[in-house]
Design a protein around this ligand. Sequence first.
Ligand code: 8YV
Length: 323
Amino acid sequence: SDTQPRLLLTQRQTPAVMQRIEHSFTISGAPDHKMTTRELLDTARAFQPDAIMTSTGLPLQGDDVKQLPDCVKVVATVSVGTDHLDIPALHARGIIVTNTPDVLTQCNADMAILLMLAAARRAGEYTTLMRRGWGQSLAMDELLGTRISGKRLGIVGMGRIGRAVAKRARGFDMEVLYSNRRRLPAEQEAGATYFATIADMLPHCDILSLHMPASPETDGMINADLLGRLPRGAIFINAARGALVDEDALIDALRSGQLAAAGLDVYRNEPNPDPRFLELPNVFLTPHVGSATVETRTDMGMLALDNVEAVLKGAHPPTPVGA
Ligand code: 8YV
């Protein structure tokens, strides 16, 4: 009805989330594919929404934020990461920003483990072999992977997701090392070894996995110098953000054997990652799907709606960003 709040949806959500949206909001549409920034701004001007539900890969930077109509009270991103949003610019316009932490922690940690196992155990190469027609038994020493049990996993960023990865790694009998801005209390550390700098931790890591947010300060921080500090033949995992990595340096390290393998879910240039990755058999690649389960995507959408509804009735949203 006309009295319902107006929600601009930048992409379709899961069926359960769409059902709740259609029950409580007037929407401009539910595009199959993620809108571009231009489409979002044009739709906002024409539709005059009270709220915008968006996600990663749809940048809203300072100049874009200036073009939003005054009616917008909340931008709810269906993601934990907020690097696509200019938070200070949104706040300066009096717009509340919310994200979806916690509900995706387990699935993102599962994804890091999936990438780790796939990279260490050469899942991509095995799948390619099977599709081409296996045909001949493998020799005892052919296409061998790397054992992960007993190995040292270095986690950069020991927040909610990093700790969930550490917990899983303990189940695989791995030794966990971590680097983080601050050392965690013992009960959160759960036996992991703390390093104050990434550089000091790297020589001790058989596998390295990134779990920190992207920001101007962390842009390209995993560079040639740091990759060179890993023991030769280490494995690199990234289910966090592509912007954390100098991809030229990563590709060099994979080509030279400095890295034995990598498992990547995120890239600098999404959805068109550097094509050189595809030429490397020792890289296991997925298309930014860390949170892509029915359950988690539904939980994320529901939490975003809880945030929108709270803001529109003048209450505190459950998961505001930088408030
Ligand atoms: C995306 C993510 O939000 O939460 C994040 O920060 O990167 C993902 O969960 C999701 O893929 C929708 O774009």
